[in-house]
Design a protein. Structure first.
Length: 64
């Protein structure tokens, strides 16, 4: 059985991957556990979410 703990590199890959596809429950759990203990990756996750919202907002206003 794979360890539930993941590295920051793995967390970044999952954070990026969740923008493109839905993560499985194991991936979500591993990522959530990592983010609870790693402030740096939690900040990266928040920044990616903010960037995603900004891009979607630009797309909505592109036709204006």
């Amino acid at each position: 059985m794979a360890s539930i703990l993941i590295t920051c590199r793995q967390a970044h890959a999952l954070l990026s991957g969740q923008r493109d596809a839905t993560l499985g429950w194991r991936q979500r759990l591993r990522l959530r556990i990592h983010l609870l203990g790693c402030d740096a990756c939690a900040i990266v996750g928040r920044n990616l979410a903010l960037l995603g919202r900004a891009v979607r907002a630009l797309d909505l206003h592109a036709g204006d």
